[in-house]
Design a protein around this ligand. Sequence first.
Ligand code: PHB
Length: 355
Amino acid sequence: MTHKLYAPFSLADLKLPNRVVMAPMTRNRAAAGNVPTAMNAEYYRQRATAGLIITEATQVSADGIGYPATPGIHSDEQVKGWRQVNDAVHGAGGHIFVQLWYCGRISHPSLLEGKTPVAPSAIRPEGEAVTMQGMQAFVEPRALETDEIPGIVEQYRQAAKQAKAAGFDGIEVHAANGYLIDQFLRDGSNKRSDQYGGSVENRMRLLNEVLDAVCEEWPANRVGVRLTPENSFNSMSDSDPVKHFSYFISQLNQRKLCYMHILEGDMMTQKRTLDYRALRDRYKGVYMANQGYNKERAEQSIDQKDADLIAIGVPYLANPDLVERLKTGAELNSPDQATFYGGDEKGYTDYPLLS
Ligand code: PHB
């Protein structure tokens, strides 16, 4: 009998053929102007048997950039590029959401025409930015003025609108992994004293305003959100993730969003210390789990109702027919680390299919 992981699932009004999601993965292969290409369209088309594809993180504006050759969704050329991707995925019967991104302090002046990256507070992250000139130490970001924040929210709204024009099926608000919204959510990076800092209510204000704005462009049931309660990636920390994220989730419950997507654990240490079942039970909608899922864990999570959807990253980049391989227990292609970020078709669109 077919396992439930490989059986249809109703995600709001979308009929997904299965519960396996292609997780968002940065691949740094956009063309000049951060425009998606025919090669990007082919990469996503090859993976269209996923229940749902979530694109690589995509900047909402030129100010949101944080890495070389990552796509945007603010220029007409970018929208045209994404339309090519979406036509390819839809032509192959797939579903695709775009992940909306603003990097904040994880960027570098060389990517921002010399401007200093912005953040909730002027706290320099540990580590190095990826720039056109190679790795460079992160700089101390500039704390956003209170009256600049509506402009950032407006950039998300505009990007959500562009996502519709580009033909996406929905959007995912990237509120994870140490990028701007997450920098506001977690108290290690947010030391503000205005209405965007301090209490959980205030730290969540930016995410709430972004969700209000994008939900004016999309029905809430086509808007997902991604959170990372305990990821230390990008120099992040929080004094009480269970308490704080329990509040954030209780707020999300009021919105009837498409799904909540959680990267469970810490990408840096591979440790997973929080009780994700408890967070899942607190959430009243569709729960998408991610981080280190293989066939066995994915099937077991669905059986135990620990998750509704399973997002898989790295194995998906190396296996365009991942759903078929998991379903049949076939061997998986090994991912080639050297070609993860940047380059051409090699390690991108040339991973072999089973047959
Ligand atoms: C990365 O480029 O390393 C990256 C981008 C977005 C994420 C995580 C990692 O959410």
